[in-house]
Design a protein around this ligand. Structure first.
Ligand code: HEC
Length: 471
């Protein structure tokens, strides 16, 4: 090989590149010896039947093709190994069993070329050995490219057990409430799985670093630990993901999809908080530094109500509501969610109207009851319309006591209380409306001080109060 290295590839900056360039054909070329040699072995057995006897004089050509392509595979494989990207143990065995395949197939060529009848046992042992070695070599080759765990990753647990592997990892259930989000298990490890383990796994251990589990990550890489507990700034892992993207040390390398700003912030928080193997975000984050980010990162802010399918509403019910002064519209083409509006009716709303509405509880997501004569007492029924996303109660005589009935509206995103008597009662209500995005509070009994205080506490809530919002 030194000889090749010494040849002057004048047109290339780095002569080793051309070798690895050829080396990368190895995964393509290896399929040739596999095909030829398996075919040769089968044909060799078949030729024992009288029917296939006529192919016998040609069999040694198959062995010749097999050994020649095995030679190419070995050569290109060697060139590829020069890149140093592979697990050295597996590589050692893969390389030598590949060379064995070459030697055995050459031997087959030689013994079958001579049509002599002698030494049958030796001949057939050679054929069987070629078949076994080629399977073994191929398997190791697969492990090198895909990682040791690739083949049995999806195997049933009893089979994994026989191979000495631990049972399959149970996938983490999808996080649906913020309080159950685990900083490492639900956030950090999935980021590693998605963006880092393709190069940092047991088969392809770049920088001698595994990012497949907490303990491996904490063990570090060729230059020691990559996470300094409590100090993100001093952690190599954090440095690598925050460098400019074109920096040589930037991770993930080779232009792979980088971590997002949110992901980087979450990792920073995780390291600073103590780089624990598990722990709930909401417990660790007493100062609320990262909770909001995690909330949106996990998609918990998206209203899941519209992903549900609801049944078509009862048409007689719709008719009676329309007769009573409601305007009812369907909101989407492929679902039966409804928008109901009573604000244009000349009547005041009555309890019986609300009873009718309750029968539409499943479909009703937008409701406009502005200037409709709604009272605190009515709110108790309204509070049961639990799929409401938007509710307009402006211009009604309702107060703090009444609005507490709205606390079960878990999907509510917009609440209009403009021109009502609402005041400090909001302090109790707001924490319960976890999806609320905007609230209209002008012309209520809420003063400037309270409005500012609420805005400081609920940073992601748009409070429409004076001319401008406090965003
Ligand atoms: C395309 C392959 C690739 C991907 C994807 C990748 N890395 Fe790397 N990583 C490497 C290579 C190659 C090295 C060794 C060379 C070096 O130190 O830059 C390395 C080295 C490192 C090191 C230094 C280890 C040591 O001890 O020196 C850290 C830390 C690291 N990677 C973290 C990450 C993180 C975090 C991700 C995911 C965001 C990631 N890597 C994704 C290829 C990759």
């Amino acid at each position: 090989m030194e000889l090749i290295l010494m040849l002057n590839f004048g047109f290339l900056e780095d002569p080793a590149d051309i070798l690895i360039f050829f080396g990368r054909f190895h995964p393509l070329v290896v399929h040739l010896p596999i095909g030829f040699l398996i075919l040769a072995a089968i044909a060799q057995f078949a030729s024992r039947w009288p029917k296939f006897q006529p192919i016998q004089p040609f069999l040694h050509y198959l062995w010749a093709l097999g050994s020649f392509s095995a030679f190419l595979a070995v050569l290109f494989g060697y060139l590829l190994s020069l890149s140093g990207d592979y697990d050295t143990d597996t590589l050692f065995w893969h390389q030598w069993s590949g060379i064995m395949v070459l030697a055995l197939s050459l031997a087959c060529y030689l013994v079958f070329k001579k049509q002599g009848k002698n030494a049958q046992f030796v001949k057939w042992s050679l054929v069987v050995l070629v078949a076994i070695t080629i399977t073994y070599t191929g398997h190791l080759g697969g492990n090198l490219t895909h990682g040791q765990t690739y083949l049995l990753e999806y195997a049933p647990n009893p089979i994994r057990g026989m191979a000495g592997l631990p049972p399959k990892k149970e996938p983490r259930p999808k996080v649906t409430v913020l309080d159950s989000a685990d900083i490492y298990l639900d956030l950090v490890q999935p980021m590693m799985d998605g963006k880092c383990v393709s190069c940092h796994n047991p088969g392809k251990k770049k920088g001698d670093l595994l990012l497949t589990s907490y303990s491996e990550l904490m063990k570090g890489g060729e230059n020691g630990e990559v996470v300094v507990v409590g100090d993100a700034g001093a952690s190599e892992l954090f440095r690598r993901i925050t460098l400019p993207e074109n920096h040589d040390d930037f991770m993930p390398s080779e232009g792979k999809r980088p971590l997002t700003d949110e992901e980087v912030d979450i990792i920073e928080f995780w390291i600073t908080a103590g780089a624990f193997p598990k722990g709930y975000v909401t417990k660790l984050d007493s100062k609320k530094e990262i909770t909001e980010t995690v909330y949106t990162y996990l998609g918990l802010d998206k209203n899941s109500i519209f992903n549900q399918t609801v049944d078509p509403p009862n048409t007689t019910l719709i008719d009676s509501l329309t007769d009573n002064g409601f305007i009812i519209n369907r909101l989407m083409r492929d679902n039966y969610f409804l928008d109901a509006n009573f604000s244009l009716s000349e009547r005041k709303i009555a309890r019986t109207d609300l009873d009718l509405l309750l029968n539409l509880k499943e479909q009703l997501v937008w409701l406009d009851l502005s200037h409709s004569g709604v009272t605190d007492e009515h709110l108790q029924k309204l509070g049961q319309l639990e799929n409401l996303v938007k509710l307009n109660l402006s211009g009604n005589v309702i107060s703090d006591n009444g609005i507490q009935h709205l606390s079960k509206l878990a999907h509510l995103e917009s609440l209009n209380l403009y021109d009502t008597k609402v005041s400090e009662g909001l302090i109790d209500l707001l924490p319960k409306l976890s999806r609320l995005k905007s609230i209209y509070l002008w012309k209520t009994h809420i003063g400037d001080t309270l409005a500012v205080r609420l805005q400081e506490e609920y940073k992601n809530l748009t409070i429409i109060y004076k001319r401008e919002t406090y965003k």
